[in-house]
Design a protein around this ligand. Structure first.
Ligand code: DAH
Length: 345
């Protein structure tokens, strides 16, 4: 019996066991050495032919070899099974494309505000911001709506308790952006091209009204401004914001701070002005506009004999939902913050 060969086989077996990476490989090694026709088994089979005095010694040697290989297999097997459980739980393929976290976007009304500001910026209107907690003078009195005037009813105002000024009256949450008109006139001498976008507040809540909403207010004051300029500005905006197929029109109306005053309509985006169940005979109402009342110019320190002005003020949400194809029939959806709704746009 070749003891050196036995020793070599044992070393070979153990080194391939240590290299093996799977249970399958281990099993193959076991068969190769300890299987029915395995290398070590061949040695064991020779034992009966070994001479008496060496047989015991050889028996011990072969048993030890067999046991060493079996132990190595057992050991390696537990290493492999530990590794595979670590791989399964912790290993990941860094070359796989990652999971994208859900990506948000600005609110629809924030987009609308940016768009509106950009449209007016192109024709020279400067975006401004004035207080949302404002004195009565700027919100009402200075706009020809003295205290107790019935026209105020429509503005459904929130008042700030216990805050008033002897000169400017009570404090209110602005019910419209027209309050910015006098602020602008006090600050800047004509020519004025103001775009005031702000949150406005009224005690109202239904499909087309919410207590906090945005308005945008345009004010243009210069020499020789007349209604044709108003028509031009309104039509420019309607085409830019709603699309080239949409038209605008003005209808006589009454506001205390403009003379003459108008209600502005935009042609319906669904029926393209022919008339459908959404619109009134082809038109959708946008908001108010007019030529600045001479008294308002005076209140703002501007001489109405020299300057004239145009103004308009509309709700951002209302204007936004009139875009073609949106089909939003309840303004409150915009602020429920239901992602299923907001992600459609
Ligand atoms: N401030 C008015 C409102 O909230 C809208 C308005 C009407 C604004 C006429 C104007 C205007 O600038 O000229 O209902």
């Amino acid at each position: 019996m070749d003891i050196n060969r036995l020793q070599n086989l044992k070393n070979q077996a153990i080194s391939s066991i240590l290299d093996s990476k799977s249970e399958r490989e281990l099993e193959q090694i076991r068969i190769e050495y300890l299987g029915r026709n395995g290398e070590i088994t061949q040695f064991i089979k020779q034992i009966p032919s070994v001479k008496d005095e060496k047989r015991k010694q050889m028996g011990i040697l072969l048993n030890d070899t067999k046991k060493a290989i079996e132990d190595a297999i057992k050991n390696q097997s537990s290493i492999i099974s530990h590794q595979s459980s670590v791989i399964n739980s912790e290993w990941f393929d860094i070359t796989l494309p990652g999971l994208r976290p859900p990506q948000g976007h600005l609110h629809l009304i924030t987009y609308a505000i940016k768009e509106i500001a950009a449209i007016f910026e192109k024709i020279g209107f400067n975006r401004v911001a004035y207080p949302e907690v404002e004195w009565d003078w700027y919100a009402f009195e200075g706009l020809n709506m003295p205290e107790n005037h019935p026209a105020r009813d429509e503005w459904e105002t929130f008042f700030i308790q216990d805050l008033s000024s002897p000169k400017y009256g009570e404090a209110v949450l602005i019910p419209h952006t027209s309050s910015g008109q006098l602020r602008e006139m006090e600050k800047i001498k004509p020519p004025i091209r103001m775009l005031n976008i702000a949150k406005c507040y009224r005690r109202q809540y239904d499909v087309s009204h919410i207590p906090m909403f945005y308005q945008f207010e345009g004010l243009l004051i210069d020499k020789g401004i007349n209604i044709t300029h108003l028509r031009g500005v309104l039509d420019y905006f309607a085409k830019q914001f709603f699309g080239p197929k949409r038209n605008s029109r003005i209808r006589p109306h009454h506001f205390r701070f403009t003379e003459p005053s108008f209600e502005v309509d935009v042609s319906c985006g669904i029926c393209e002005g022919r008339g459908c169940k959404l619109c009134k005979g082809g038109w959708l109402e946008l908001g108010g506009a007019g030529m600045v009342h001479p008294q308002i110019l005076k209140n703002g320190g501007i001489n109405p004999e020299v300057y004239t002005g145009l103004a308009f003020g509309w709700g951002v949400e209302r204007t936004y939902i009139m875009k073609s194809g949106l089909n939003i029939d309840d303004i409150r959806f915009l602020y429920n913050n239901d992602l299923r709704f907001l992600q459609q746009f």
